[in-house]
Design a protein around this ligand. Structure first.
Ligand code: FRU
Length: 442
């Protein structure tokens, strides 16, 4: 069957461009997923809005449309990223209103407005009037005009807000604010790390086992052979000294977390990155980008975080095949492969792609130019690899190693839905998966 690259398991717009997940929340019986949306342009050139999906079970979704447009002076050049906080019977949505003044500006130190704006909703898609809460004059004097992506949470009886920023000396930082009433905010402190990028976008604070983890999407971090291989990266501080990347694949950025009603901390990322040297051929067909699967986050033995696909997805499993050692299998996208391994292993997707673990390095290697659409190879160091889970959708792969100790996410573009898999040194099961139900593609 010819592959039209329409994802079956991942949320993506019917047309136009998607980037960051926004406003993630569980509210009045629904999971709410908002996203950065340019409905008019698959290249992301039109006005930036918020689109909205909702679901009762994270398997069957409804697209309710574009719910926030740039329509006041303080957000006239884009309804940028932000978060959701549920309080009583109201969902509070905080976002950045982006403004670009007309004139000869560098838009870093002058000419750009970044306003924190609040809207509330009682049903997830009908919005209150917009209220501007913070403007550039409210940020510390050492900040450039790049201040954005509010994340708000509750700690005891007070509310906290984190904002990502670029300082005038070209270091990235997070600004922390406090409020007692959700609308007036007091600056508390600025957090930064020497020599770690010029801009920190999309901050988040994840509370897990009584400890908080600061997550950021930094721009300008030095690339090394095994870390920060993409143009921009994202990850969290394990402690004062160590930063761990969320994902080591080609396509992951700007993740955001929220709490499910049963207390699980779930994370969703954008399966894409800005300013990449590779491409997504769906753009010629009218749409571009998707979100990652929702991932459950837990704390591992060494204090690092583990990620695994939400258990709800097990309901999508259909045909099951068991395999051991060396196997040759025909399957159909989408599928899930779960396996254990004594050490080194290889998986070949026909002549398109090789996944391998050898000499303490896991690699994803594209074998032909078309399938990767400009993607070549990603590597991650791992001193042991004894289990893996691969979720392959019609045009993406998510690979979870050692119970989610390391993850690699990438788009890929196979010409047909049938895949010949050759595995070496793996024992496990392969499931063909049925897709999510999505009402009103948009
Ligand atoms: C991250 C980001 C955010 C910004 C949004 C605009 O991808 O650059 O910092 O709010 O995208 O779409």
């Amino acid at each position: 069957m010819k592959n039209d690259w329409r994802q079956k398991l991942h949320l993506e717009p019917g047309s136009g461009w998607l980037n960051d997940p926004n406003g993630l929340s569980y509210f009045k019986g629904y999971y709410h997923v908002y996203f950065q949306y340019s409905p008019e342009s698959a290249l992301g050139k039109g006005p930036k809005c918020w689109g909205h999906w909702q679901s009762k079970d994270m398997l069957s979704w409804e697209f309710t449309g574009t719910v926030l447009y740039p329509d006041i002076p303080e957000d006239r050049n884009g309804v940028y990223s932000g978060c959701g906080l549920v309080e009583g019977d109201t969902l509070y949505l905080y976002y950045t209103g982006n403004v670009k003044e007309k004139g000869d500006y560098d838009y870093i130190t002058a000419g750009r407005g970044a306003n924190v704006i609040l809207v509330t909703t009682k049903d997830g898609h009908h919005m209150s009037p917009k209220q501007v809460l913070l403007r550039n004059s409210d940020y510390p004097a050492d900040c450039s005009c790049h201040v954005r992506d509010p994340k708000v949470w509750k700690e005891g009886s007070v509310y906290k807000m984190a904002l990502g920023a670029r300082k005038l000396d070209d270091t990235g930082c997070v600004l922390f604010y406090t409020s007692e009433n959700l609308t007036s905010w007091r600056f508390e402190q600025e957090v930064s790390v020497p020599d770690f990028g010029y801009m920190w976008e999309c901050p988040d604070v994840l509370w897990l086992n009584g400890k908080h983890y600061l997550s950021i999407s930094p721009q300008g971090v030095k690339h090394t052979e095994y870390t920060h291989q993409n143009v921009y990266s994202s990850g969290y501080f394990v402690n004062d000294k160590e930063f761990e990347e969320w994902d080591h694949g080609f396509d992951f950025y700007a993740p955001q977390s929220f709490e499910a009603p049963d207390g699980r901390r779930l994370l969703i990322g954008w399966m894409g990155i800005g300013d990449i040297p590779y491409t997504n051929p769906t753009a010629q067909m009218g749409w571009q980008h998707c979100l990652t699967l929702p991932r459950e986050i837990t704390v591992g033995k060494d204090g690092r975080l583990l990620q695994k696909p939400i258990r709800e997805f097990q309901a999508l499993r259909e045909k099951k095949k068991e395999f051991s050692q060396g196997a040759m299998m025909q399957t159909q996208l989408p599928f899930e492969l779960i396996a254990t391994t004594p050490g080194r292993f290889t998986i070949l997707f026909g002549e398109m792609l090789k996944l391998q673990y050898t000499d303490d390095v896991f690699s994803m290697i594209f074998l032909d130019e078309k399938t990767g659409s400009g993607r070549d190879r990603r590597n991650v160091k791992l001193t042991r690899c004894d289990e893996l889970c691969v979720i392959a959708d019609t045009s993406s792969l998510e690979i979870y190693l050692n119970g989610g100790e390391k993850v690699m996410s990438s788009r890929f573009y196979p010409a047909v839905r049938e895949v010949s898999l050759f595995t070496e040194n793996l024992r496990g099961v392969l499931y063909e998966l049925k897709g999510l139900e999505v009402r009103n593609l948009g």
